[in-house]
Ligand binder design. Sequence first.
Ligand code: NAD
Length: 512
Amino acid sequence: MTLTKTALAPEVAAIMGRLGVSADRYTGGTLAVTSPVNGEKIADAAQISSGDASDVIAKSHQAFLAWRLVPAPKRGELIRLFGEELRAHKADLGRLVSIEVGKITSEGLGEVQEMIDICDFAVGLSRQLYGLTIATERADHRMMETWHPLGVVGIISAFNFPVAVWAWNAALALVAGNACVWKPSEKTPLTAIAAHAIFDKALKRFVAEGGQAPAALSQLLIGGRDVGEVLVDDPKVALVSATGSTAMGRIVGPKLAARFARAILELGGNNAAIVCPTADLDLTLRGVAFAAMGTAGQRCTTLRRLFVHDSVYDQLVPRLIKAYGSVTIGNPLETGTLVGPLIDKGSFDRMQKALADAKANGGTVHGGDRVHEADAPNAYYVRPALVEMPAQCGPVEHETFAPILYVMKYSNFDDALELNNAVPQGLSSSIFTNNMREAEAFVSARGSDCGIANVNIGPSGAEIGGAFGGEKETGGGRESGSDAWKGYMRRATNTINYGASLPLAQGVKFDV
Ligand code: NAD
């Protein structure tokens, strides 16, 4: 380990320089940014005041009024250019994600790849924002639905996917004809500034090539919760897509409902997997290890609960405990590392508290201890914890945003299914089985109640082609693929009479 010897601030400055970001954006401001890699302060980002945030939203609304008139495939051209710019700057942005959030190199790059993928998806979508033509009961009439831009879309994002979540939302919102205002996590302003600088490059190219796009089409608000609140409260913001904890959603959701604004809520998860008697245990081991330990347990889709059939428990769980004991934990910037640091001390403290609660509830804890403390006293590296629990109780029922996997035995499939669904969150889930009846039951109406239900892969991660999101306390929102774009547009039903009479629906007579 060379944690304290790694000076990250000069590298941040070099990356920002290559992206054309002026130093005053991230030095001399009031928002201190610390890298979880070694605890080093790497920047002081400039923040916006709540008052100035309102002005930004007003400009965004003006931008919307112009952008909605640009034909959708032309809007798609802007996103095509954005995808090109992301490809050109993938290495720098991926590296910055690793420095600011502590993701291992392949995951930092993978996050940028997700941004590229959603751009490709959105470009295709820009020619497919179509509605239905619907049979009408009236002669010489046609009924159809059309999809129109919605307005200003506010995007609030969490620290753990500091740039991809913005891109999932912005790429769709922009091809849909909206303007965007983004409030990233206060823990990750640098990646936000960098990602937005890359977008600005695309916007400049678009305009240079003759495209009509207002300068305020996409804007960035660096700040804390108070700035997020401005977005939530401003009547000019038609939709807020908010990603973060359920605690945040509990405040934001009712506020949006009170002013009848649209909401896409992507909140906490408490994801489970069921390992059945016929499971391929080699495949299961790899699937569980990545889903539970990857990203140091800091994905909304991280595997947190594992139900193992008692006939395979003794074959699988000792192997898992061994994998937990030998996984490489350390500097995420070094090749070969699989588990990087937790985001900060608060996260470490919450993990230790959950482990103490688990013990108090009869759990046997393997791992969970702090590592590399001497080398990096201000960074928080932990050995992922596997906890054998006698039952689903105590901390198992809550999301602790850290690498803790609670393992429980089951003997009856229906009981396991019930336990899968018996928590307040409903994001992701999976089953490992080669039994067709179990697999199909799991994805059926009587199966998993989550927004994502997988077979023979872990619950974590997702491809952008599918709609992403979850039920219950996860918030119910959907982003990314499938028809999630409809959430960013308003639907109008149009009935057109091309005849000379005026028949009323349902045979109603009203002759004046
Ligand atoms: P967080 O809730 O602390 O913060 C998320 C964002 O919300 C930040 O930008 C924050 O400033 C803002 N915010 C907080 N309170 C607000 C308020 N009252 N009004 C407006 N904005 C407010 O979450 P975090 O610690 O950054 O992220 C981890 C959490 O996010 C976990 O619970 C994780 O499961 C969840 N998450 C969910 C998804 C998903 O798609 N379901 C994806 C990533 C993360």
